[in-house]
Write a protein that binds this ligand. Sequence first.
Ligand SMILES: *Cc1c(COP(=O)(O)O)cnc(C)c1O
Length: 380
Amino acid sequence: MQKKYLLAPGPTPVPERALAEMALPIIHHRAPEYSVVLQEVRDNLKYLFQTKNEVLIFTSSGTGAMEGCVSNLLSKGDRAIAVRGGKFGERWFDICKAYSVDVQAIDVEWGHAVSPKAIEDALNKDPKIKAVYIQASETSTGVYHPVKEIAEIVKKRENTILIVDAITALGVVNIPQDEWGIDVVVTGSQKALMLPPGLAFASLNEKAWSFVEKSDLPKYYFNFKKEKKSLEKNQNAYTPNVQLIVGLREILKEIKEEGLEHVFKRHANLANATRKAVQALGLKLYPSDEPSNALTAAWAPDGIDAGKITKLIREKYGITIAGGQDAVKGKIFRIAHLGYAGCFDVITVISALEAVLKELGYKFETGTGLKAAQEALFGN
Ligand SMILES: *Cc1c(COP(=O)(O)O)cnc(C)c1O
C-alpha cells in the first residue's frame, strides 16, 4: 500500500468531518430537513464571501457558474473584456465567444499580472464595454491579479461590471466583496472549499442584478433569477448535489470556527514556506509578479523535464502535484497549499521534491529546501 497525498490545485483533500457527514444516508432535497441545511449554508456563504448578497449555488463544476456569468449578465451585441494571462483567462474569453459576446482580450504574458492601468485604458477607449472578466488567482500560472485596484476602476463606471473568478482565491486570501465593491465573485467546491468537485457559486451585488434584469442571452439551467428565487425559499431550482451541500455545511462551520483571518494567515504561511524552500533549492519561481497564495509554481532546473518531476513524485511517493500547461508544459511544476492544508503538507512535498530532484541528477545539498521550509514554518 502506498499512502496518497493530493497536493494539486484542485481537487483538494476533504477534511474528515465533512467526509463523515457526506457518508450519511442521503436526505430528500424537498424535505424540511434539507431546507434547514440550506438555510445554514446560505448564511455561512455570506460570511465566506464577506457579503450581504444571496450567494447562488449550482450543481456543476466551477465553469458552470462562469458560463452563467456571461449568459445571465450580458445581452446580444454587448462588449466585454477578458483578461487573458493563463488557461482560466482564456476560458472567460472562450465562453464570451461561445455566446457571441463582442469580447476583447487583454493579453498578459503568462507569469505576469495585469496592470490595472491596462484595464482603465481599455475602458476609457471604449466606454461601451459592459463587463470585465478576470481571475483573482490565475491557477495555471500561480499569479495573483490586483482585483482590488481593478474594482476601484470599474466601480466608478455606471455601465460596467467586474466579474472575478475567485476559485483559488476565495477562502485563501482576503477578498471582501462588499467592501471592495466587486460586482460578481465566483467560486467552486473543489479548491479552497475542500469538497469534491460538483458545486459552483456566484455572488452578485445590486449593480450586477440590474444587468441580469436586462440580459437577453439564451439560458436555461444556469438561470440566476430562478435560482435566487428558489434559494430565498431554502430550495434549489433543480435537484442539487445534496451530499455536497451537506458537506458544505460542515466545511463552512469549520471555516467559521477557524475564522477567516486565520484561514488567510495559514495560507500565507504555507505559501511563504513553500516558496522559500523551492528557492533555497536554487529553483526559480514562475510568477514574475505577485504570486497567488494558493499554489507555488516554479521552473524545473535547466535540463530537467518538469513532467518527470511530477510523474516520479506521484509514482514513487504517492504525491499528486501539477505540471505546467500549454507553453510551459514540461517546464514548470505547481504545488498547491490550499484548503485542507497544513505545515506538514509542505514538509512532505518538499522532502519528496528533494528526493526526486536528486534522482534526476540535480545537484544540491540534501535538506536545503527542508531547512528553509522549517525555518519559515517553525521559526528555527
Ligand atoms: C479550477 C478553476 C476553475 C474551474 O474549473 P472547473 O474544472 O470547471 O471546476 C476556474 N477558474 C480557476 C481559476 C480555477 O482554478
